[in-house]
Design a protein around this ligand. Structure first.
Ligand code: HAM
Length: 419
């Protein structure tokens, strides 16, 4: 027996309904917000993620699926979507389409993390990005889009956290202040914190282990220059006017290096330790870092597995159309041939039709039709074949009707309407 790889999932039957529901919501919301879909490769040159996500981040240091292909190139399965979108933006000169460019994507991402509830090695994100706008209006729209998406899938109990991590020059001053603050504490802190003290001191703020050590740390918002401060104030103004509740979390610094100014997360109290559903922010430096002309941008990504968990936890009703509407049951070769013909007619009328292809007796075919949840069975035995009839059985109450083969489709459409 060969099993699936740790941290991956097979998604089928009841579960797939959640995914189809979420994907449909993504399509609805992105259509209404006029975003264009982009599909990038699931693997990229390793260098892309090193440069964008950042050499000192956990993602690059510990979590990437990296291998050499047969041509000796270093390839990485994408751990996130933003770097690929920025690369595609540069490579395809999307800038020529006029600014801003509003894109969305859905698909699998790969991170070698310790699997647990809500944390997988292959997981899926729905993400959206606006490239080309430096305005806080773009930050607002991105947050609003994530917020409206959650409403669309009927997830309500969420909290939005925002922060500003300033531009590189505000951050340089803030880093100094943080190092000063942590200098005599760091020796007693966890291994990750000790390592990050030199390479990425901001991350000490969101350490889950040594939380109390950063309680009195200097607040980044006090280190913002005039422009960064104004940007943050404007974003808050738009959020307030749109009545989108938020909390400021000065410890929210995000785990990827490309962010500047706005950083935000949406978390849910219904999830356990992996409570972050949405992560995003502004990344004004990223396009330039990977070789394009400087271009401001902002975006978010939502973890789709976490949405599934929330839908289940909050008992949201998912519409189900997995069950076939009609099952065709026939015994014998000629009867089965007729069955296929009737199935074609029903399908042409848009009715989901299941044909039993097991060559078993009628009793067992009927049992199976009930098991798959068929609403109606169409029975074709020798009598029906001879007289060009079908027997229509309404599975809910067991009632049966003989119907002329030529009227079968109309008859079934009528019956389905009543069921
Ligand atoms: P991120 O915060 O690393 O941001 O991931 C976004 C979301 O993906 C998380 O909030 C979480 O729901 C989900 N996620 C991350 N890792 C896992 C995992 N191992 N298993 C299950 N779900 C996971 C980004 O990826 C950025 N690219 C977001 C962004 C877009 N920023 C700007 N534009």
């Amino acid at each position: 027996m060969i099993n699936r790889i740790k941290g991956t999932q097979d998604i089928a039957f009841e579960d797939i309904e959640y995914w189809q529901y979420i994907e449909q919501a993504v399509r609805n919301i992105t259509f209404r917000y006029a975003y264009n879909e982009i599909r990038t490769p699931i693997f990229e040159a390793t260098e892309l993620f090193k440069r964008s996500v950042g050499e000192s981040t956990d993602v690059v240091q510990k979590e990437m699926y990296t291998f050499d292909d047969k041509g000796g190139r270093s390839i990485t399965l994408r751990p996130e979507g933003t770097a690929s979108v920025a690369r595609a933006f540069i490579e395809n000169s999307f800038i020529n389409l006029g600014s801003p460019v509003k894109l969305f994507y859905m698909g699998p991402m790969f991170r070698y993390e310790k699997p647990q509830a809500g944390r997988l090695r292959q997981f899926h994100q729905f993400g959206a990005e606006i490239l080309g706008s430096a305005s806080p209006m773009a930050d607002f729209e991105i947050i609003e889009l994530a917020y409206e998406f959650l409403k669309e899938v009927k997830i309500n109990k969420t909290r939005l956290f925002i922060n500003s991590i300033g531009c590189p020059s505000c951050r340089a001053r803030y880093r100094e202040a943080l190092r000063e603050y942590f200098r005599d504490k760091v020796d007693g802190m966890c291994e990750d914190c000790r390592r990050r003290f030199d390479s990425n001191v901001l991350r000490l703020l969101d350490c889950k282990i040594d939380r109390e050590q950063s309680e009195n740390a200097p607040n980044i918002l006090e280190y913002l220059d005039e422009e960064c401060r104004k940007h943050f104030e404007d974003l808050k103004w738009y959020l307030e006017k749109a009545r989108i509740d938020y909390e400021i979390d000065p410890h929210l610094v995000r785990g990827l290096d490309y962010y500047s100014r706005t950083a935000f997360e949406i978390r849910s109290p219904s999830l356990g330790s992996q409570d972050q559903i949405v992560g995003g922010g502004r990344y004004d430096g990223l396009v330039e870092v990977i070789g394009g002309k400087s271009c401001p941008a902002v975006g978010f990504a939502i973890g789709m597995e976490r949405i599934v968990m929330l839908l289940k936890a909050e008992k949201v009703n998912i519409p189900t159309d997995r069950n076939s509407e009609v099952a065709i049951l026939a015994t014998g070769r000629e009867e089965s041939l007729r069955g296929f013909e009737y199935a074609r007619r029903l399908r042409k009328a848009g009715i989901s039709t299941y044909v039993d292809v097991m060559e078993r007796n009628m009793r067992n075919q009927m049992k199976h039709a009930a098991r798959i949840g068929a609403k109606i069975s169409v029975i074709i035995g020798d009598e029906e074949l001879e007289k060009d009839l079908v027997t229509v059985k309404i599975m809910m109450d067991g009632s049966q009707y003989q119907v002329d083969g030529d009227y079968m489709v109309d008859y079934i459409i009528d019956k389905l309407r009543d069921i």
